[in-house]
Design a protein around this ligand. Structure first.
Ligand code: NDP
Length: 482
């Protein structure tokens, strides 16, 4: 008699999205041909199929976009009544909600993330950010009491491929609310939701040039950073590129915020509700294939509950469904690119070579596309690369501790400082740990929760500056004395 139940396929229809064969650059409120004359192909990483041809912006294209943003800043946007600015942001939020399914399908197609996550996390949170900052636009003097906030000017914003639409919202919403104009570049591999967002701007009748979206690879990003007409750079991505940007900007007076990598500790004490904690561990590392800067990639388990935790974790891992990102039952989708897949595979191999014990649940992967089986390493020493370096994939390293002090020492033993998680039933212990953990965000009895009202950002090599909340406005205002 059959005892195992399986899930029938439940694919989301993709015909709601109309992807154009080719896209130009969105500058001055309309799509224009790239002056570079160059284009590249963007693909669906789950099927390795081309989706569209997008422009590779060069220095002349960047210059055109910055000039459009400057024109809009001087001509309209910085002069607009703040309550008028708020109206546009509210409109954008409403339209994103109305077109949520379209954005969710496109985000999963171009990025490989499960539709369940793009539908329930990425798109609603992106809309929520626009709602949230719409509310601040005409209340800036309350955000900064006794100061006179004024916009900075043109912001160049460079975002990564792990949350393309959400990172766009994190960047554009506060910049616009504070009266700045924007040139934004999505990551090379995930340009399509940003290009669809241009249609939202058209629907919202945002004045031309307030938001300009240009596509291209790292060279385009470097041109944006170097452009003398830019007043502020906001970057999310790797620590390596973040350092290069900081070097370029030294002495220029341009403002900079950097949101870089992480190697977060997820700390489980022996009084934690274990089943709930195991869900938190799974969500902490396998959410979005582990392509999450604040992922709980180092699990610290108190020694007395080590065996039980690992047994429950492995059992739960065996239930994860890896496969078609557009299937509503999928838990773990495709790896975003071949390059990222190779990086994950190399780091996992280093873990095996250095002597850690690997576990991967039985898992049938699709034949085409980029995939990686959810992986956990036990027997990990702190010095191993898998315990030190950001893998940015579905790979967890487990370490143990005996006392709270040892947990703190191990958790802080990293060049990063973006996030951490603490699981315990004692409120006092949570507060004591939070005091000592060097991380910008600390979750208690949960993980990977985001809210537009809550600031997000790091210490040390995880960068500086905060996004979200009232703090997120600070990066986009100059403060004069009242
Ligand atoms: P990058 O830092 O290269 O990419 C982030 C963004 O910066 C992209 O839009 C990228 O463009 C752009 N960029 C690349 N080079 C430059 C440059 N010299 N000047 C200005 N902008 C530039 O990250 P990768 O995509 O290469 O990922 C590498 C690793 O970085 C990952 O494996 C992961 O560990 C980490 N990472 C961390 C993220 C985080 O949120 N903290 C996000 C993404 C990656 P393009 O995409 O076209 O190259």
């Amino acid at each position: 008699m059959a005892t195992a139940w399986d899930y029938a396929p439940a694919p989301e229809a993709r015909d709601i999205v109309r992807i154009q064969e080719r896209y130009g650059l969105f500058i001055g409120g309309k799509f224009v041909e790239p002056l570079s004359g160059e284009r590249y192909t963007t693909i669906d990483p789950a099927r390795e199929e081309p989706l569209s041809e997008v422009a590779q912006a060069n220095q002349a294209d960047v210059d055109r976009a910055v000039k459009a943003a400057r024109g809009a800043f001087d001509g309209t946007w910085s002069k607009l009544r703040p309550s008028e600015r708020a109206k546009y942001l509210f409109r954008i939020a409403r339209i994103l909600q109305e077109r949520a399914r379209e954005f969710a399908v496109l985000e999963s197609l171009n990025g490989g993330k499960p539709i369940r996550e793009s539908r329930d996390v990425d798109v609603p949170l992106a809309a929520a950010h626009f709602f949230y900052y719409a509310g601040w636009a005409d209340k800036l003097e309350y955000a900064f009491p006794n100061r006179r906030p004024r916009p900075i000017g043109v912001a160049a914003q460079i975002i990564p491929w792990n949350f393309p639409l959400l990172m766009l919202a994190w960047k554009i919403a506060p910049a616009l609310a504070a009266g700045n104009t924007v040139v934004l570049k999505p990551a090379e591999t995930t340009p399509l939701s940003a290009l669809l967002f241009c249609d939202v701007l058209r629907q919202a009748e945002l004045p031309p040039g307030v938001v300009n979206i240009i596509t291209g690879d790292g060279r385009t990003g470097a041109e944006m950073v170097a452009h003398p007409g830019v007043d502020k750079i906001a970057f999310t991505g790797s620590t390596e590129v973040g350092k290069a940007i900081q070097r370029t900007l030294a002495g220029t007076g341009k403002r900079l915020t950097l949101e870089l990598g992480g190697k977060a500790a997820n700390i489980i004490f022996d009084d934690a509700p274990l089943d709930q904690a195991v869900e938190g561990i799974i969500n902490g590392i396998y959410f979005n294939q582990g392509h999450v800067c604040c992922a709980g990639s180092r699990l610290l388990v108190q020694e007395s509950i080590y065996e039980a935790t690992i047994a429950k974790l492995k059992r739960r891992m065996r239930t994860l469904r890896v496969g078609d990102p557009l299937d509503k039952n999928t838990d773990v989708g495709a790896i975003n690119s071949k390059q990222q897949l190779d990086k994950i595979a190399a780091l996992v191999q280093s873990g095996v070579d250095e002597g850690a014990e690997i576990y991967q649940p039985p898992c049938k992967l699709p034949e085409r596309g980029y995939w990686f089986v959810p992986t956990v390493f036990t027997n990990v020493a702190q010095s191993y690369r898998i315990a030190q370096e950001e893998i940015f994939g579905p790979v967890l390293s487990v370490l143990t501790f005996r006392t709270p002090d040892e947990a703190i020492e191990k958790a802080n033993n990293t060049p990063y400082g973006l996030s951490a998680g603490v699981w315990t039933e004692k409120g006092s212990r949570i507060l004591a740990m939070a005091q000592k953990l060097r991380a910008g965000v600390i979750w208690a009895n949960t993980f990977n929760r985001f809210d537009p009202a809550s600031p997000f950002g790091g210490y040390k090599e995880s960068g500086f500056g905060r996004e979200g909340g009232r703090h997120g406005l600070e990066a986009y205002v100059a403060l004069d004395d009242a």
